[in-house]
Design a protein around this ligand. Sequence first.
Ligand code: KG4
Ligand code: ZN
Length: 348
Amino acid sequence: MEQSSVLRENKDLLILGIESSCDETAAAVIKGGRTVLSNVISSQIDIHTLYGGVVPEIASRKHTERINQVIREALSDAGAALKDIDAIAVTYGPGLVGALLVGVAEAKAISFATGIDLVGVHHIEGHICANYIEHKDLEPPFLSLVVSGGHTHLVNVADYGVYEILGRTRDDAAGEAFDKVARAIGLGYPGGPKIDKVAKEGNPDAIAFPRAKVAASVYDFSFSGLKSAVLNYLNSCEMKGESIVVPDVAASFQKAVVDVLVENSMMACAERSCRKFALAGGVASNSALRAAMEEACRAGGIDFYVPSPVYCTDNAAMIAVAGYYEYCKGVRSDLTLNAVPNLPLGER
Ligand code: KG4
Ligand code: ZN
C-alpha cells in the first residue's frame, strides 16, 4: 500500500464503502468525507440467531449472495453510477477471514474492471470515523473508546489515520461479554440490544458483580472474570433453588461493564489533558453506556461525541469515511490487497 502523510481534502470526492467483516453485508456512498448519500445494510442476524451466534461459513455464503445487490442499491440510493465514484474503500481486517474475503474480492474486481482507485480500511478505524458523519466539528486529536463484538480499544486519535492504542481488553471484548451473558440468562442472540432493553426494568445495584482491574496496565480491560461471576451467580441460585430476576442480573452486569469503561476512559482523558472524547462500535449503541459516558464527560468538562446507533453497529458509511481520509492522505491499495483477520490498528 502506498501512502503520504499530507491530508489533501477534496469535498467533491465520492467514496463507495464496502463492509463484510462479520454478519452485515453493507455498502454506502459518502461525499466529501462526511456526507452520507446512501447507507445500505443487509443484516444476517435472523439466520445466525438460529445457531445462537455468528457461524462464519454461513456469513461468507450470505455475503456472496447479497453483496452485488447491496452495492447496486447503495449506488442507486445515492443517485450515482460507478463512473462517478473516485475510490472504493473496503474493510480488509480485522474480522472473519472468509467474510472479509468476499468484500475484498468484490472491491478488487470492481477496481480492476473500472480502474477506480482502491483503499483498504481497518475496521476499527471505520468505527472511530463514524463519529465524523454527524459531528462536522470533530477533528483530531481526541480520545476514543471502541467497544464492539470483537474489540475493546482505548485509542488516542492523534491525527487522521494516526492511532495510538492506550488500552485494550486482555480477554473478552465488551460486546462478547454482553452476548455471552445474554445467552446464559436466556435472552438469546444478539445479546447486547436485549440486555440493554431488559436492564431498563432491573435494579443495577441488585447484585455486586466485580469491576475488574488489570494491574499491569491501567487502561486495559478484562471482562472474562465478570462473565464468570455472572455464571457463578446463576449456578448458585440454581443450586439453592432460588429464582433469577433476569432484569436485575442484566442491569447489574451492564452497570459493571459501563463503570469500568467510563472509569478507564475518564482516567485517560484526565491524564492526557484531553478535551474531546468519542465513543464508537456496536456497544456504543448501549443506552446506559451512552448516558453514563455523556454524564462523566459533562462533569469533566470534556466534549462528548457518539454516533447515532445505526452508525455504531457495523455499516459501510463509516468505512467510506475512513477511506476518504486515507485516500486524501495518498493511501492507495493495489490488487495484492488481502483479507487480514488479525490486522493491528495503525498498521498497513
Ligand atoms: O461493532 P459491531 O456491530 O460488530 C463488531 O465489529 O463486532 O458490534 C456488535 C456488538 C455485539 O456484541 C452486540 O451485542 C453489541 O455490539 N451491541 C450492543 C448493543 N447493540 C449492539 N451491546 C450493548 N448494548 C447495545 N444496545
Ligand atoms: Zn464492528
